[in-house]
Design a protein around this ligand. Structure first.
Ligand SMILES: *[C@@H]1O[C@H](CO)[C@@H](O)[C@H](O)[C@H]1NC(C)=O
Ligand SMILES: *[C@@H]1O[C@H](CO)[C@@H](O)[C@H](O)[C@H]1NC(C)=O
Ligand SMILES: *[C@@H]1O[C@H](CO)[C@@H](O)[C@H](O)[C@H]1NC(C)=O
Ligand SMILES: *[C@@H]1O[C@H](CO)[C@@H](O)[C@H](O)[C@H]1NC(C)=O
Ligand SMILES: *[C@@H]1O[C@H](CO)[C@@H](O)[C@H](O)[C@H]1NC(C)=O
Length: 382
C-alpha cells in the first residue's frame, strides 16, 4: 500500500517536473536584447548626471541601463497594460517570460502584464509601479500610490493626450524614444539580396502597399506609373491581387510576402515628420529589398549605410528616378551596391541606437525607465 502511494506520488512528481520543463521552455526562447556592455562601463563609480540627464549616444543609454540595473538591486518593476490596442494584438505575442513571471529578455526583473479581472480583485493595479496605455489614456482618476507612473506608448503621429509621466514615442525627444525596428538587425546580415537576374528594365520591379490615400500618394504614384509599372496591393491604387501563396498569412506577413517579390519597395510614409520611420522602411531590410523613401527629413541620419535606401527627393523629377531604377535592374553590380551594408563589420552608431532603442526592446527599456526614476528618487531623497 505504502509502496503504491510512494509510486503514485513519484509519478505525480515526475509529471509536474515534465510539465514545468515544457512550460518553462515554452516561455524562454531566444532573446535579442543587446547585452554586451563595453569594458569602460564596468567602472562602478558614476555621477548622478549619468542617471538624470537623458543620453544622446548609444553608449550613454547602455551606461544608464547598466547603472540602473546595478542600483535597482534586483527589485521587481511591475507594469500593467490598461489600454492595449494594436500592441496587445501583435507585439505581446513575441514576449517571453521566465517562470518567475518576469520578462525573459530583460536585465532587470520586469513584470509586464495585461490588465484583467484578477488584477482588480487583488488590487494589482493599485500597487503597480506603472500603468501603460497605448495611443490613448485608460487610467484611474487617481494614482494607486504617490510614486505610480502613467505611461503613454505611441509610434504614430496622432495620439490622445492624458496625464502621463513617461512618454514612449518615435520622437527622439521623448523619455524612451522607440524606433519601429522589430528584430535584431544582425538577422538582416543573413538575408540574401533580391535576385534581379531574371528581371529586365521592362518588368514590374517595384511594389507599393498602402491603405491611406494621402496628398502625396494621390498625386505622386500616378506620375511614377506614367514611367514604370507599380505593383500596388493596398487599397490605394490597387492593381495587383494578393499572391495565392501569401494569402493565408496575417496582415503584416501577407504584406511582407508580396513586398519580397520585387527588388524595390515604395516606402512612402503618411507624413514627413522628424524621426517618423515605420515598418515601411525597416521591414524592407529584412526582406532583401531596397526601399525607395519618402518620409522623415532626418531618415538618412539613422540608416545602416548611406547606400541602403534610395530617396525620392534626390532626383530632379520622377522620370529620372524611374530611369535610375531601370538602370539598377539592368545592372546587377550597381543594384548589389545597395546591399553591401549587410556584410559590413560595423554599422553607424545612430543606426545601432535605433536598433537598441527599438520596438523589439521596448518593454525592457520602459521597465528600465521606471526603475531609473525609482533609483534616482531613492538617491536624491534625504
Ligand atoms: C572613478 O573613480 C576613480 C577614483 O576616484 C577615478 O580616477 C575615475 O576617473 C572614476 N571614473 C569615472 C568613470 O568617473
Ligand atoms: C531605496 O532605499 C532603501 C532605504 O535606503 C533601500 O532599502 C532600497 O533598497 C532602495 N531601493 C533602491 C531601488 O535603490
Ligand atoms: C539568381 O537567379 C539565377 C537564375 O534565375 C541563378 O542562376 C543565380 O544563381 C541566382 N543568383 C543567386 C545569387 O542566387
Ligand atoms: C523593353 O521594351 C521596349 C519597348 O517595348 C523594347 O523595345 C525593348 O526591347 C524591351 N527591352 C527588354 C530588355 O525587354
Ligand atoms: C554597372 O554598375 C557598375 C557598378 O556601379 C559600374 O561600374 C558599371 O559601369 C555599370 N555598367 C554599366 C553597363 O553601366
Amino acid at each position: 500500500m505504502e509502496a503504491i502511494k510512494a509510486m503514485k506520488s513519484t509519478r505525480i512528481y515526475i509529471l509536474c517536473a515534465v510539465t514545468l520543463f515544457l512550460f518553462s521552455n515554452f516561455f524562454i526562447i531566444r532573446t535579442h536584447r543587446i547585452k554586451d556592455y563595453p569594458v569602460e562601463m564596468l567602472e562602478k563609480n558614476y555621477t548622478l548626471d549619468e542617471l538624470t540627464i537623458k543620453p544622446e549616444s548609444l553608449t550613454g543609454w547602455k551606461r544608464r541601463h547598466y547603472l540602473t540595473r546595478n542600483l535597482n538591486q534586483n527589485q521587481e518593476v511591475r507594469i500593467y497594460i490598461t489600454k492595449g490596442d494594436w500592441y496587445t494584438e501583435q507585439d505581446m505575442k513575441r514576449l517571453k517570460y521566465k517562470y518567475d513571471g518576469t520578462l525573459a529578455n530583460c536585465d532587470i526583473p520586469c513584470v509586464w502584464k495585461k490588465d484583467n479581472w484578477i488584477n482588480w480583485i487583488f488590487r494589482g493595479l493599485k500597487t503597480a509601479d506603472a500603468l501603460f496605455c497605448v495611443n490613448s489614456p485608460n487610467l484611474p482618476k487617481q494614482k494607486g500610490w504617490e510614486g505610480q507612473k502613467f505611461i503613454e506608448y505611441s509610434l504614430e503621429i496622432s495620439y490622445i493626450p492624458g496625464p502621463f509621466d513617461i512618454f514612449v514615442t518615435f520622437k527622439e525627444t521623448s523619455d524612451v524614444p522607440t524606433s519601429y525596428i522589430q528584430m535584431d538587425p544582425n538577422e538582416w546580415r543573413k538575408k540574401p539580396p533580391f535576385n534581379i537576374t531574371s528581371l529586365s528594365p521592362n518588368s514590374t520591379f517595384i511594389s507599393f502597399v498602402a491603405s491611406h490615400l494621402t496628398e502625396f500618394r494621390k498625386t505622386w504614384i500616378p506620375t511614377l506609373q506614367a514611367h514604370i509599372p507599380v505593383a500596388s496591393y493596398g487599397t490605394v491604387y490597387k492593381n495587383t491581387p494578393w499572391d495565392s501563396e501569401c494569402k493565408d498569412f496575417s496582415w503584416s506577413n501577407l504584406k511582407n510576402c508580396v513586398i519580397s517579390k520585387y527588388p524595390f519597395y515604395l516606402a512612402i510614409e503618411n507624413s514627413q515628420v522628424q524621426d517618423y520611420s515605420t515598418e515601411k522602411l525597416w521591414d524592407t531590410f529584412n526582406l532583401g529589398v531596397v526601399p525607395v523613401v519618402w518620409g522623415a527629413p532626418n531618415t538618412r541620419s539613422y540608416l545602416p549605410h548611406p547606400k541602403s535606401a534610395i530617396f525620392i527627393e534626390d532626383f530632379p523629377n520622377v522620370e529620372s528616378l524611374a530611369n535610375y531604377l531601370k538602370y539598377l535592374v539592368g545592372n546587377e553590380t550597381a543594384y548589389l551596391e545597395y546591399h553591401q551594408w549587410r556584410t559590413m563589420k560595423t554599422w553607424p552608431e545612430e543606426f545601432e541606437k535605433k536598433a537598441y532603442m527599438s520596438r523589439g526592446n521596448m518593454e525592457c527599456n520602459v521597465c528600465q525607465e521606471v526603475a531609473r526614476l525609482r533609483v534616482v528618487k531613492n538617491l536624491t531623497d534625504v
